[in-house]
Design a binder for this molecule. Structure first.
Ligand code: PLP
Length: 226
């Protein structure tokens, strides 16, 4: 299958999942997770109409940003080190992985210097896995409060990566918890948090059923990573 066919297939999958959950398919966006995928291949997807990609590493993204057309937009979905924040602020439309006040404050500093308001999501580690990024659910209200005080940081929602399991249904409770956490935060803060970045190739349907607005699909679109 070529890039256009793969994109079409995944857009239809997400639309079907939205429809069976009674959601408007327009509220669910495909975010290709393009780590390790060469720029030339991304160009095929770009030419087929995909204009936004999600990268995990700042260095790798930098190389690709320099090759793809300037109208291409980039999200950051990996763990962000503070010494990479300046480059990240320069490149990314949305950073999905803010999980600490110090990181939010570093983004504030760099975004202010760049004259930009950086859009971010707060990454939540719902299962408490030590190997994963993300703050604990009970830390999210404080982190949101901190971030909402920063004039060059704009929080648009939450992101999570649930534990890897065989059965995608195992991921559903985590997706539901992220949505419920978002709902509570919206009520408490009065601020809109429209984005829920959740779901990957194998658990996209469960994520969409539970309210995902950004679904990060890697292997389903690009094949197995080498
Ligand atoms: C790689 C990656 C994905 C995509 O995973 P697939 O299983 O290949 O679809 C999604 N989110 C994050 C944060 C990733 O690192």
């Amino acid at each position: 299958m070529d890039a256009a066919e793969r994109l079409q297939e995944w857009k239809e999958r997400l639309a079907r999942a939205a429809e069976s959950a009674g959601r408007d398919p327009a509220g669910v966006r495909l975010l290709p997770a393009s780590k390790t995928v060469p720029a030339e291949r991304l160009r095929e997807f770009f030419d087929a109409g995909q204009t936004v990609f999600g990268e995990n590493r700042v260095q790798e993204a930098k190389a690709k940003v320099g090759i793809l057309p300037a109208s291409c937009r980039w999200h950051f979905i990996g763990g962000l080190q503070r010494n990479k924040v300046r480059d990240a602020v320069e490149m990314f439309e949305l950073i999905h992985s803010v999980d600490a006040a110090a990181l939010a404050e570093e983004i504030e500093k760099r975004a202010a210097a760049a004259g930009k308001v950086q859009r971010v999501l707060l990454e939540v580690n719902l299962a408490g896995e030590a190997s994963k990024h993300g703050c604990r659910p009970e830390e999210v209200p404080g982190l949101l409060e901190t971030a909402n005080r920063l004039p060059h940081v704009e929080v648009h929602g939450l992101m999570t990566v649930p534990p890897v399991t065989e059965d995608p249904e195992d991921a559903r409770p985590y997706f539901r918890r992220l949505r419920e956490l978002r709902d509570r935060l919206e009520q408490a803060s009065g601020a809109a948090l429209p984005e829920l970045s959740m779901g990957m190739t194998h658990d996209h349907a469960q994520a969409v059923a539970e309210g995902a607005t950004l679904v990060r699909v890697g292997t389903g679109l690009f094949g197995k990573r080498g």
